[in-house]
Design a protein around this ligand. Structure first.
Ligand SMILES: [Zn+2]
Length: 209
């Protein structure tokens, strides 16, 4: 096992535990991955709880269609949502990490057809633009393909009534994005509670100035 692979899994475990502690995933929902070679990635296994991930809870898969989805040699089954990761890496050769989490506020807003507004400098810096996909059942090709299509244009995608996928060239950056996505959603809700339906980061809203 390569040092790089071990280190990536260590970082994913750290992110998974932190995400569970913050309620960005509940129990074993969500799944996280990192690219370990041009055509291979490791993804969390099916049914593992994020607050107690271990290195044995990751499965290595190939981006080759013919082989993908086959369980790893030790028999650990990949997350049922492995296709989300597979399609994302294929759509974005620049991406090294895909985090699929279930951040409540962001998902509720998107499900209601409301925009997640970028309000602070951090939101603007980390999030870029945010894509949204309709609801598709988990594990389906439709879900994976529609999310990958959005990821061609955005680093953050919210799947209505389900969760989000964020991507980046490092695990650290992907997680900063995920944290800022939920923070932007919470800030949007706060603004709405205060009766504000317009405020966005100044550069986003320049045309309104
Ligand atoms: Zn999910």
């Amino acid at each position: 096992m390569s040092v790089k692979r071990d280190e990536l899994i260590r970082q994913l475990i750290e992110v998974g535990r932190d995400a569970a502690g913050r309620g960005l995933v509940l129990a074993s929902a969500g799944n996280i991955s990192a690219r370990v070679a041009d055509d291979r990635f490791v993804v969390s296994a099916s049914g593992v709880w994020f607050d107690r991930l271990t290195p044995e809870d990751f499965v290595e898969l190939t981006l080759d269609d013919a082989e993908t989805g086959a369980p790893s040699a030790d028999g650990v089954k990949p997350s049922s949502e492995w296709k989300l990761h597979h399609r994302a890496y294929r759509a974005r050769p620049d991406v090294e990490c895909v985090l699929h989490l279930h951040p409540r506020t962001a998902v509720v807003l998107a499900s209601m057809g409301r925009e997640v507004r970028r309000i602070t400098l951090d939101h603007a810096y980390y999030l870029g633009s945010i894509g949204v996909t309709p609801f598709f059942h988990n594990g389906t090709d439709e879900l994976a393909d529609s999310a990958a299509e959005q990821l061609r244009e955005h680093d953050c995608v919210i799947m209505r009534h389900h969760g989000c996928s964020v991507v980046a060239d490092t695990i650290d950056m992907a997680y900063r994005r995920a944290l800022n996505l939920e923070d932007a959603a919470q800030a949007t809700v706060l603004a709405l509670q205060l009766g504000d339906t317009e405020t966005v980061f100044p550069e986003d809203g320049a045309q309104h100035a």
